[in-house]
Design a protein around this ligand. Sequence first.
Ligand code: AMP
Length: 218
Amino acid sequence: MRLVFLGGPGAGKGTQAKILNKKLGIPHVSTGDIFRSTIQKGGDDAKLLKSYMDAGKLVPDKVVLKIVASRLQEEDSKNGFILDGFPRTLDQAKGLDEILQQKNLKITGVFYFEINPDVLVDRLVSRRVCENCQAPYNLKSMPPKKDGICDLCGGKLIQRPDDQPDVIRKRFQEYIECTAPLVDYYEKQGLLVRLDASLPTEKVSQIIVELVQEMLPK
Ligand code: AMP
């Protein structure tokens, strides 16, 4: 099962990918998480990645594709994967097609998280993540049991630097200009499945699981 989760910032892709990862046991590949962990480790690319992310700009396609190609070579990707936040441009989508073609593989389905942008801004402003295990929270809809502390690992909850209002605005602009055209790209290929991402997390998760079950080979 090779899935792509597509949608605007804050649409719930990461949350749902983590839930599905637990249910299906296939890896959750989030380019955003990979970049954040590279920045935390302070590797060669850390400064460059941070400069793009802090400004809400997309990381150049070449850099992203190299990282994804290498991630999809790893052993755990053999049985499938959930791509979250990738592809984000038409060139990335075409690059992904090439990576898969080389392995004689195809995308199974693309879940498009549809939601009104006004709701998204509100969600992003109240979003918190665990700085240790990256578990997502929302101060309004999914608060932690103890203020500022991750329920799962006891790590500190932080607000992502790119969840500040001016950066959020830039991220939306990038989404509309570069990522939204992918809806059409995948719809034309008959791969797109539309989801109402404004529904509560548990409901969206239930719908995804049902859809995935229908996609599994009978
Ligand atoms: P995310 O965690 O998916 O919201 O991504 C956070 C930030 O990482 C984005 O605003 C971009 O700066 C960068 N990023 C993540 N994935 C990609 C991608 N596929 N292409 C370009 N930039 C990306």
